[in-house]
Design a protein around this ligand. Structure first.
Ligand SMILES: C[C@H]1O[C@H](OP(=O)(O)OP(=O)(O)OC[C@H]2O[C@@H](n3cnc4c(=O)[nH]c(N)nc43)[C@H](O)[C@@H]2O)[C@@H](O)[C@@H](O)C1=O
Length: 319
């Protein structure tokens, strides 16, 4: 088995992918931005520091490590922050991807590259569900930077013959999701309310809807993309739309609670989210890669709540 390079290894996607690759016998090298420490520290994963402004240093690193695969998850991604720091987002989520592909080209054109693109690129979508041919209408610096990266991936594939793919990832969740995201916020709140630690949960728009899948399923799709004979772009989604309210209903009832007793809509967390439904059509991934999500919405909600309850109990027993 070969060496795989991962950026963004400290987030949920990178950590799940690293685990799956390790299980299959790959050597995994996580690239950490200088001065960073990984949130999820994984045994048997090596780490290297990475300056995302420096193409020649990355070219030298790739020439030394000779990876067969390179997955890029490095990005600012916090929902509410999609509008903050357009310069930083443009640099890391957008231009850095051009630098990575330039380094691949300089080091070894046979390295297979996978970019984590985002359903946010559809912005206020012209049609629903969206597939690989739906036009993009980005509504935030985050989405614009991801779209720049997406176009760069297609350019290096078409013009330079790099095996470069983009996965247009819809929301994907897990117990490793950052606490700023709504699913983790709800799951943690259920655990804390159940334990009597908290007494309410303040959320933004309860009627906002998303196509939510399970993160380990989504990283499995990325691996299938790089294992396929042809490089291409794929929508990775469940095709099911659910509201924040439905997530709350299921999450609280899983803990024997009624969300209406505990959840308050809070205008300070409200985002201007009056957009058409962002829901994906993953027919192409199913047809060409044989990819299917393993975990449906109900199972996802339950496993996240169970993990938050276990984590809180664990903290309690350690204090
Ligand atoms: C595909 C896309 O997926 C993620 O971005 P996101 O969809 O913004 O994720 P989120 O969990 O912050 O919001 C989901 C929905 O939930 C609504 N919502 C209501 N009340 C609260 C609330 O209290 N907090 C938050 N965070 N959201 C709330 C909020 O308005 C939105 O409609 C990233 O991975 C991103 O990197 C990415 O690419």
């Amino acid at each position: 088995m070969g060496t795989a390079i991962l950026t963004g290894i400290s987030g949920q996607d990178g950590s799940y992918l690293a685990e799956q690759l390790r299980e299959d016998g790959h050597r995994v090298v996580g690239l950490l931005r200088e001065g960073r420490t990984p949130c999820v520290v994984l045994d048997s994963v090596e780490y290297a520091e990475w300056d995302f402004m420096d193409v020649s240093a990355l070219t030298a690193l790739l020439s030394k490590l000779r990876p067969s695969e390179f997955y890029n998850f490095a990005a600012f991604s916090t929902g509410a922050g999609m509008y903050d720091d357009p310069v930083g987002i443009g640099e890391l989520n957008g231009i850095a991807v051009a630098r990575m592909l330039q380094a691949v080209l300089g080091a070894d054109v046979t390295i297979r590259f996978c970019q984590a693109s985002s359903s946010e690129m559809f912005g206020d979508p012209v049609t629903s569900p969206q597939d690989e041919l739906t036009p993009f209408r980005p509504c935030s610096p985050y989405a614009a930077a991801k779209l720049f990266a997406h176009a760069v991936v297609q350019g290096y594939r078409a013009r330079h013959g790099v095996f470069a793919c983009s996965a247009i990832l819809y929301n994907h969740e897990s117990p490793r999701r950052g606490r700023a995201f709504v699913t983790r916020k709800i799951a943690d709140a259920v655990a804390r309310i159940r334990a009597g630690v908290d007494h309410e949960l303040r959320l933004g728009n309860l009627d906002a809807k998303r196509d939510w899948g399970y993160a380990p399923d989504y990283v499995r799709a990325l691996r299938l993309m790089l294992a396929h004979q042809d490089a291409d772009d794929y929508v990775v989604a469940t095709g099911q739309l659910h509201s924040v309210r439905e997530f709350c209903e299921l999450a609280f009832s899983h803990a024997g609670l009624d969300y209406r007793d505990w959840v308050r809509e809070n205008t300070t967390d409200l985002r201007q989210d009056r957009r058409g439904p962002i829901v994906g059509d993953a027919t192409k991934a199913r047809r060409i890669l044989g990819w299917r999500p393993s975990t449906d919405f109900g199972a996802l909600v339950r496993l996240m709540v169970d993990a938050s309850i276990a984590s809180l109990a664990n903290k309690g027993s350690m204090s």
